[in-house]
Write a protein that binds this ligand. Sequence first.
Ligand SMILES: C[S@@+](CC[C@H](N)C(=O)[O-])C[C@H]1O[C@@H](n2cnc3c(N)ncnc32)[C@H](O)[C@@H]1O
Length: 252
Amino acid sequence: MSQLYEYPDYFARFYDIIYHQLRSHVDARYFLSKIKSTRGSILEIGVGTGRFFTEALGSGADIYGIDISKSMVDVLKNKLDPSEHYRIYTGDACTMKLDRRFSLIIAPFRVFSHVIDVTDQIKFLNNVWEHLDDEGKFIFDLFIPDPGKLQKGMDKVVDFEGEYEPGKKLRRTVSTSPDIVNQILDISMNFEWEDNNKWLTKTWKIKFRIYFRYELEHLITLSRLKLENISGDYKGGSLSKNSKEFVVVCRK
Ligand SMILES: C[S@@+](CC[C@H](N)C(=O)[O-])C[C@H]1O[C@@H](n2cnc3c(N)ncnc32)[C@H](O)[C@@H]1O
């Protein structure tokens, strides 16, 4: 992958606190039901801190995970019994070579937005194909760009304010700025947290690739995967002008 965007340790540390509140009510039911109804092995690409992984493993799924960010993998491994650590790989999905094949591969919560270059996007999709068994499926999601909102951007919007431990405050402030012609969203996240009666602060800048519908369809057609369906939500609803998410299902 020519552009690496590893998550910093302070983001990994606060990830669960922030996204269990901001995200899990949107997508957890969908991904956990796909995992639990799969009979063979499952791979989560961009497994992160294991927002789905720990519950899936606890329910008996033969699930594995890979993530490019060591900081995220470290948080996940801390939640697992060491005898399960062999299920977790640190690496890039564009170049991974695992000694297993999977019935289901998922890349939940915009993992594919981190893949900026077209060459890497095709490598990523073809590498997923390599790791699927003959009947295997690949499911991933992306946000649907709203050009009006993108153009306006976000200017220091506080999207999380709470406590990361009893009595210790955490605040995240987000700004975005679009580069529409290159389909890139520049995101700046500022974290402020209380520790030993002092406020600490860190800012992380990241680029997200913006994908449009037909580009996504063409990309998949260019890869070895077959596109089965793109829904507009996590309940299987059709794409419409009100849809907020691409939920993409491919097969080998
Ligand atoms: C938004 S987080 C999603 C984490 C988890 N899937 C969830 O739903 O909470 C995206 C994750 O993808 C990982 N990631 C980004 N690019 C990757 C790549 N090329 N290969 C593997 N992991 C990648 C990041 O390190 C990060 O942990």
